[in-house]
Design a protein around this ligand. Structure first.
Ligand code: HPA
Ligand code: ZN
Length: 328
């Protein structure tokens, strides 16, 4: 059995990380950029570990050189998502990869991205919202540049601010200024933590960044008092089990803490992170959760509802998506 046609809500997807490798290889050919070493002989992305993954990711991003490339990227990524039953998606976008953090340049990229999102909505009935993310290993000063871009372009499409990148670089408090700027501009807040860092990283992130949602957050399970605090505060975890298993952040599907976290009352959701990099899709995530934990349609409906409740979008969009989910 497969959950391919089951409707899905996805909250944690890096836009460039959703790029099919053939799409990036095609751009590289068009622009005569030699990035052959990031692909294996079958054309899949290849890397050794998480830090190397980030380098390969950045190498793939060098092929994305203008708004038109991002327009095509959004359509390629959403085609894959829609194919896997996703009806609502939020994607991380980094001005660093779109004009180097300059607000005017970023606005041109954003126009192309929203154009593509509108086209996908019309053609594939999938809704996309954008979360601007600063990149942790680029440092706190560049994070402020990303936050400025976010504050200047907040609107119907850009609804959130977050942080991705190498989690073990710096401390959450180093980035608090950027998150405060984004929050004051009215953006909703999420932040990667507890994928590679331990429970203290999750606790510091909650204290210093005050996110409504945490990207991954899985290592919180090593401190049950913290798990209970996350549950009480209603902080939502954007869990990406296939990513965690592929990158060895968790030993195996059956060892994944998503099930115990949910049983202890934490609001969990399921996403792919960087699907082609981690050889996953939303269908595969649902299928593997079904196979591993015997989760059924009822659990998946709960996951969708939790995700939609926690989505960074307006009430009218939520209502429309809820109706889509209920009709299925
Ligand atoms: N984790 C952290 N940072 C990232 C990722 C990820 O999976 N993808 C792109 N940037
Ligand atoms: Zn991520």
């Amino acid at each position: 059995m497969s959950y391919k046609s089951f409707p899905k809500v996805e909250l944690h997807l890096h836009l460039e990380g959703g790029a099919p490798p053939a799409f990036i290889a095609g751009l590289a050919r068009e622009k005569h950029i030699d990035i052959a070493k990031i692909f294996d002989e079958r054309g899949n992305y290849i890397y050794r570990d998480f830090d190397h993954f980030l380098k390969v990711y950045e190498a793939a991003c060098t092929t994305l050189q203008g708004p038109e490339d991002f327009r095509r990227l959004v359509l390629a990524v959403l085609e894959e998502s829609a194919e896997n039953g996703v009806v609502y998606s939020e994607t991380f976008l980094s001005p660093e990869f779109c004009g180097g953090g300059d607000v005017a340049a970023w606005s041109d990229y954003l126009a192309a991205i929203t154009d593509a999102a509108d086209e996908a909505q019309r053609k594939m009935d999938i809704t996309l919202k954008g979360i601007i993310t600063c990149i942790r290993h680029f440092g706190p000063e560049q994070a402020k540049t990303a936050a400025r871009c976010a504050a200047e372009t907040k609107g119907d499409f850009i609804t959130g601010f977050g942080m991705a990148g190498a989690e073990l670089v710096g401390r959450p408090g180093d980035y608090a200024y950027s998150f405060d700027m984004a929050r004051e501009a009215g953006l909703r807040i999420t932040c990667h933590a507890g994928e590679w860092g331990g429970p203290e990283m999750v606790a510091d992130t909650i204290r210093d960044i005050r996110p409504e949602r945490i990207g991954h957050g899985i290592n919180a399970y090593k401190d049950l008092a913290l798990v209970d605090r996350i549950a009480e505060q209603g902080i939502v975890l954007e869990v990406c089990p296939g990513s965690n298993v592929f990158l060895n952040a968790v030993k195996s599907w059956k060892d994944h803490p998503i099930s115990p976290l949910m049983e202890r009352g934490v609001k969990v959701t399921v996403s792919t992170d960087d699907p082609p990099f981690f050889r996953t899709t939303m269908t595969k995530e649902f299928d593997m959760l079904h196979r591993t934990f015997d989760w059924d349609d009822g659990v998946f409906r709960t996951l969708n509802k939790t995700a939609l409740d926690a989505a960074f979008c307006d009430a009218a969009t939520k209502k429309r998506i809820a109706e889509l989910l209920e009709a299925a």
